[in-house]
Design a protein around this ligand. Structure first.
Ligand code: DGL
Length: 278
């Protein structure tokens, strides 16, 4: 028998690894009174080239776990996992807010002047049916060139990250997109915002590079508001971001903590990272 979720419960957020932290930053900024449980499924990283059925099962297992906490909502802070399992998770938990993330094809289609939009994503996202349908919707507005970047997630997960190797991995992909006329680049994987400055430097200042954390935060805000689940205040102690989030990993907690500090900064030194076995 499941415990009912209520306003005081945390929001669960998950990704295969550190990518979801880029979404978490937007959630913390947009929802100042909420607390979060962040799960990094590092044991199964990367999701980008695993079997779709396996990722779907991870989404269902992690949703079932978070619903049992209970968390009052789930943010699937991963494009690959959203494509593989958001629909199935919503069928299983029809009353529970589940917010996913998709590449920002619509805003990019509005922005492009050349009519060509470049999308960087994982192989699984690019190959998914959900992505195909998304692209089809904006087809008349823009030609969407989606390019998988195998290996990039692993480079971003390295601690410390080698900027040189990331640049070398990105160069052929970005050169190809620019040569095809892309004048907007969409970051279709939540890991990529952590190398946005390197991407921007390679494509130049006139090519917008779009990420999707903020729209996800807005959507969660809206869902919580509609369902009467939005917190209006938190105790004083929880005002620091590092105390509003409990981190869990299916991998190595010490290694995750090191990545957290390296990507989000030393303000997070008091954050606790626990082990999750789901
Ligand atoms: N961060 C995830 C995404 O947005 C995927 C990373 C992975 O391949 O595990 O797609």
């Amino acid at each position: 028998m499941l415990i009912p979720f209520e306003r005081d419960c945390p929001v669960a957020v998950f990704d295969s690894g550190v990518g979801g932290l880029s979404v978490l930053q937007a959630l913390l900024a947009r929802l100042p009174h909420e607390s979060f449980v962040f799960v990094a499924d590092e044991k199964h990283l990367p999701y980008g080239d695993k079997q779709q059925a396996f990722i779907t099962q991870r989404v269902l297992d992690l949703c079932a776990w978070a619903r049992g906490l209970p968390a009052k909502a789930m943010v699937i802070a991963c494009n690959t996992a959203t494509a593989a399992g958001a629909t199935q998770a919503r069928v299983r938990h029809p009353d529970w807010p589940i917010v996913g993330i998709e590449p920002a094809v619509k805003p990019a289609s509005m922005l492009t002047k050349t009519g060509v939009v470049g999308i960087l994503a994982t192989s699984n996202t690019v190959a998914s049916e959900r992505f195909r349908l998304l692209v089809e919707r904006f087809d008349p507005l823009a030609r969407v060139l989606a390019v998988p970047c195998p290996g990039l997630v692993e480079l971003i997960e390295e601690c410390p990250m080698s900027q040189e190797r990331v640049r070398a991995r990105l160069k052929p992909v970005l050169d190809h997109l620019l040569a095809e006329g892309a004048d907007v680049i969409v970051l279709g994987c939540t890991h990529y915002p952590f190398v946005k400055s390197l991407i921007q430097a390679q494509v130049g200042p006139d090519v917008p590079v779009i990420e999707t954390g903020l729209p996800v935060a807005r959507q969660l805000h809206q869902r919580l508001l509609e369902q009467g689940l939005l917190q209006s205040a938190l105790p004083e102690i929880a005002k620091e971001d590092s105390r509003r989030v409990t981190f869990l990993t299916t991998g190595d907690p010490a290694a995750f903590k090191a990545k957290l500090l390296s990507l989000l900064g030393t303000d997070w030194r008091d954050a606790t990272v626990g082990q999750l076995d789901v």
